[in-house]
Design a protein around this ligand. Structure first.
Ligand SMILES: [Zn+2]
Length: 112
C-alpha cells in the first residue's frame, strides 16, 4: 500500500502552497483520482486522517472525484476499461490505449 506516501506528499505540497500564498486555514481538499492511476480511493480515505493529524491541516476535509478509466480499441471503440475488463465490447480485442483515468491531481484547495 503506497497510498500513505502519496497522501503525505500531497500534504507537503499543500504546506508549500500555504507558505507561498500566506494562507492560514484550509477547509477542503479535492483530489482527482483516475481509476487507472493505481491509487485506490478507499485506501486514501483510510490513511488520510493519519497523514494530516500531525500537521496544521488536521481539520481539512477530503473530497475525491473519481475519473473513469477509458480506453480506445484498435477498432476505434471507446469504452470503460474497468467495466469491460479491458476487452472491447464491440470486437472483443484486448488491444487498447488508455485515453483517460491515469490522473492523480490536486484538483482544488479551498483555503482562506
Ligand atoms: Zn474493438
Amino acid at each position: 500500500m503506497h497510498e500513505l506516501g502519496i497522501v503525505i506528499q500531497v500534504v507537503e505540497t499543500i504546506e508549500k502552497i500555504f507558505k507561498e500564498q500566506n494562507l492560514t486555514k484550509v477547509d477542503k481538499l479535492v483530489l482527482e483520482i483516475g481509476e487507472a492511476s493505481g491509487v485506490v480511493p478507499h485506501y486514501i480515505e483510510d490513511v488520510y486522517p493519519i497523514a494530516i493529524e500531525q500537521s496544521f491541516l488536521k481539520d481539512m476535509k477530503l473530497e475525491m472525484i473519481i475519473i473513469p478509466a477509458e480506453g480506445v480499441c484498435e477498432c476505434g471503440e471507446i469504452y470503460n476499461l474497468m467495466k469491460y475488463n479491458g476487452i472491447c465490447p464491440k470486437c472483443s480485442s484486448k488491444k487498447f490505449s488508455v485515453t483517460s483515468g491515469r490522473e492523480f491531481n490536486i484538483k482544488e484547495i479551498v483555503a482562506y
